[in-house]
Design a protein around this ligand. Structure first.
Ligand code: PGA
Length: 238
């Protein structure tokens, strides 16, 4: 595992964009696993400006996102499909037909999840998976649990996640209580993992994930077992 410590959020975002940009240059039709949340916003802005400057070409890039709220339509302003369009896909020369986000409206989430995982396998797996980390140690929406779940699946969000995400909604009541998330299988089978973490308030959970016990109670701890992880963080003393 490689931990890159940066002096600021901006530098963290530039370094993360360097890693993703290198992946795209090495393999122009790579499959990127992407994340939502506040943390990767700077990374996406960097990628967009590098694409506008002609330094990066997304025309053959394919993407799969980690998760989506259950019950939100793609055009809902809080949906992760909307987030990705707004913060990355509409700003780069990607073919939207090559971008996938789990379907939050699927009646049968298990069947949708199976098809999602089959798609990932059918194109050779994820080349690079971008991850954030939740305050409770989740990656994607894999919440603390008694066991790790492999396939893309439906989850109940923890109270901590609902609290954390309520800042983005008009009220806490509006935060969906469930989501569909890529499971640990596709994440751990990614050839490379890039985790971005910013802010002192994530320090303890990041330490637990990187150096603590490997346990489904801290889902991010599983990445200790992955052979190619880069963590980029502006947190000191990690
Ligand atoms: P955040 O979310 O970047 O908004 O803190 C991270 C996550 O929940 O994975």
């Amino acid at each position: 595992m490689k931990v890159i410590r940066t002096k600021s959020y901006e530098e963290m975002s530039r370094v993360a964009a360097d890693v993703i940009g290198a992946q795209i240059i090495m393999k122009n039709d790579c499959l990127l696993g992407l994340a939502t949340g506040t943390t990767p916003l700077g990374t996406y802005a960097e990628l967009a400006s590098r694409c506008a400057a002609g330094e990066l070409d997304f025309s053959k890039v394919r993407t799969v996102n980690l998760d989506e709220y259950k019950g939100l339509a793609p055009d809902h302003v809080q949906s992760y499909r909307y987030f990705m369009d707004k913060h990355l896909f509409d700003l780069v020369n990607i073919d939207k037909a090559n971008t996938r986000v789990p379907d939050g409206l699927a009646e049968d989430s298990a069947a949708m999840g199976l098809a999602y995982d089959e798609y990932i396998e059918s194109v050779g797996g994820i080349d690079l998976q971008l991850l954030g980390i939740g305050h409770d140690g989740h990656i994607g929406f894999n919440e603390p649990d008694d066991c790790f779940t492999g396939p893309t699946h439906l989850v109940d969000l923890t109270e901590m996640t609902i609290d954390a995400n309520s800042r983005l909604f008009e009220s806490r009541d509006e935060v969906p209580r469930q989501a569909v998330t890529m499971g640990m299988k596709s994440i751990m089978q990614a050839k490379k993992i890039l985790m971005v973490v910013n802010g002192e308030e994530k320090k303890e959970i990041l330490k637990a994930a990187l150096y603590g016990e490997i346990t489904p109670q801290v889902p991010a701890s599983l990445i200790q077992l992955h052979p190619d992880v880069t963590v980029v963080t502006d947190i000191e003393d990690i």
